[in-house]
Design a protein. Structure first.
Length: 350
């Protein structure tokens, strides 16, 4: 008889990619459908077995993630009111299709070269955030590679080493997880630079390395800020890429806040997340802004050839961003919105 990989109970079957009991399956589904701010009174060290699994929901959900339960496998239409939901879904299908047509319409209005740029950048954004392994990041990171050069020379060392980057407010992050979170963001920066430089046909490793080092921190800050603004209306938390969040005052509450020292969470909430929330930044705008952060031709140490190529690419991306803004917002505000978006770029250098 199979046993549940979360709590060890018997009579388990495969649910969401992992052998689990029906109790843990239901708990995982409910947590994802109705996110709660679970907390642990014992610093995430509670025993999760069939006798104690209901004692700490924080540790139980953390265990679900650690054993590889896949949030993407949880279907929203598989709930207690499934038939009613499907009926509502059918009734709303027409309006959803209409929205899709509207979205497709504004994209078709873009000049061909800008449509191509938007597609390239959006594809990179999707690839970079995706995962190729179901395992908790603290069990995987930091990886044992000697340098950024090592990874760029042999990208295969990262195969099967990318956890999905999912920013949610299901649980409060433990300080011990911050190193793994930073490491996953470093891999994200490496992937972004590698793909973007392929488009520009820049193969010089030194140019790639200096760009990764320069963009890693601002890219991480921008990503958690823009996604926090989109995913939650709570004004005192910052969501991170491991299904968790940190609080505004985490640097005060923790002895070792790692990269969240110097009031990073507080400043991100006030200077980035709050205005991002008011602006309601589109996914296409966010993806292009990430590329602009990376494509900086003024980084010290870039070769002359790379700097010139990157400058041309950044101009192209910024022009694409302007056209996206112009096609998706009233013409009266398009220019000011575009300018305001670019003004955020220096702010992510927190």
């Amino acid at each position: 008889m199979d046993t549940c990989r979360v709590c060890g109970d018997g009579n388990a079957k495969t649910h969401y990619g992992v052998v689990t009991c029906f109790g843990c399956k239901g708990f995982f589904r409910r947590t994802l459908k109705r996110p709660s701010e679970y907390q642990c009174r014992h610093n995430g060290t509670c025993v999760v077995d069939r006798h104690e699994r209901n004692s700490c929901r924080y540790c139980r959900f953390k265990r679900c993630i650690e054993v590889g339960m896949d949030p993407k496998a949880v279907r929203p239409d598989r709930d207690a009111t499934g038939r009613h939901y499907q009926g509502r879904q059918r009734r709303s299908k027409l309006s959803n299709d209409d929205e899709g047509e509207i979205d497709a319409e504004w994209i078709r209005k873009l000049p061909v070269e800008m449509r191509t740029t938007l597609m390239q950048i959006s594809n990179i954004d999707l690839m970079v955030g995706g995962g190729d392994v179901n395992i908790d990041g603290t069990m995987l990171y930091p990886l044992n590679f000697t340098s950024i050069r090592h990874v760029l020379e042999d990208p295969s060392v990262l195969d099967g080493k990318r956890t999905e980057m999912r920013y949610d407010s299901f649980r409060e992050v433990e300080p011990s997880e911050l190193q793994a979170i930073a490491h996953r963001n470093l891999i994200s920066a490496i992937d972004w630079v590698d793909h973007l430089f392929d488009i520009m046909d820049i193969q010089n490793l030194d140019d790639k390395i200096v760009t990764v080092k320069h963009c890693f921190a601002p890219l991480m800050v921008f990503c958690f800020s823009v996604i926090t603004a989109k995913n939650t209306n709570k004004h005192d938390i910052v969501t991170l890429c491991n299904y968790g969040y940190v609080r505004r005052d985490c640097d005060v509450r923790w002895n070792e806040p790692y990269h969240f020292g110097n009031r990073l969470a507080e400043r991100a909430l006030d200077e980035l997340i709050s205005p991002f929330r008011r602006m309601n930044i589109k996914e296409e705008e966010a993806a292009l802004m990430k590329a602009i952060i990376i494509a900086n031709p003024y980084i010290k140490g870039l070769s002359v050839e790379a700097s010139e190529t990157i400058a041309d690419m950044r101009d192209r991306i910024q022009e694409t961003l302007y056209h996206v803004v112009r096609e998706t917002h009233p013409k009266e505000v398009a220019s000011s919105r575009f300018g305001n978006l670019l003004l955020f770029i220096p702010s992510v250098m927190l």
